[in-house]
Design a protein around this ligand. Structure first.
Ligand SMILES: [Zn+2]
Length: 159
C-alpha cells in the first residue's frame, strides 16, 4: 500500500439500482476530494484509488458502503407548527434541519391530522447506488492538505 494520497477531481452521474437518475455533476462543476478525507462516500473513495485521469466507468456501491441502511426509528411525528415552512406541505418535501449546508436533511413521508411524519434517514439510505464516473484529474495532496484532512483550492485561506 502506498502512503501517497491524491486530490481527485471527477464528474459523476448517480443512479439507483433501478437505473433512475438521482444526481449528476455533468454540465456543472466536477467534485474534488482528498482520498480518505471522508468527503465522498467510502465505497466510491475506495473504488477510485486505482483510477487514472481520463478513466471512465461505473462503480456500484451497496447501501451499506454508501449512506447506510434505513433506520425505522428515524421516522418521527412532529406537530405541524414546528415545521419551518409556511403554506402547504406535501409528501416528498425535504428540509434542512439547520441553516448550515452540512445539516441533516429530513423528508416528509406522511401528513396526518395531528402532525407531520418526518424521516431523518439520509434520502439515499438503504439504496444501492451506481456511479458513472469520469475521472478528470489527480494530483498529489500537499503536506498542509494531509495535515488538515481536506482539499485546499485557490480561494482557501486556512493556511
Ligand atoms: Zn485547510
Amino acid at each position: 500500500m502506498s502512503e501517497t494520497r491524491r486530490v481527485v477531481t471527477f464528474h459523476y452521474t448517480l443512479k439507483n439500482a433501478a437505473g433512475k437518475l438521482l444526481d449528476t455533476s455533468q454540465g456543472g462543476q466536477p467534485i474534488t476530494y482528498l482520498e480518505g478525507g471522508g468527503m465522498i462516500i467510502d465505497g466510491l473513495d475506495q473504488a477510485l484509488r486505482t483510477w487514472e485521469p481520463g478513466a471512465k466507468g461505473t462503480v456500484e456501491v451497496p447501501a451499506a458502503q454508501a449512506y447506510g441502511e434505513r433506520d425505522p426509528s428515524q421516522v418521527r411525528k412532529v406537530p405541524r407548527h414546528v415545521m419551518p415552512v409556511e403554506g402547504e406541505l406535501k409528501v416528498g418535501d425535504q428540509f434542512q434541519t439547520a441553516p448550515d449546508p452540512g445539516a441533516p436533511v429530513v423528508t416528509v413521508v406522511g401528513i396526518e391530522d395531528d402532525g407531520v411524519m418526518l424521516d431523518a434517514n439520509h434520502p439515499l439510505a438503504g439504496m444501492d447506488l451506481s456511479f458513472e464516473v469520469e475521472l478528470v484529474s489527480t494530483r498529489a495532496a500537499t503536506a498542509k492538505e494531509l495535515e488538515h484532512g481536506h482539499v485546499h483550492g485557490p480561494g482557501d485561506h486556512c493556511g
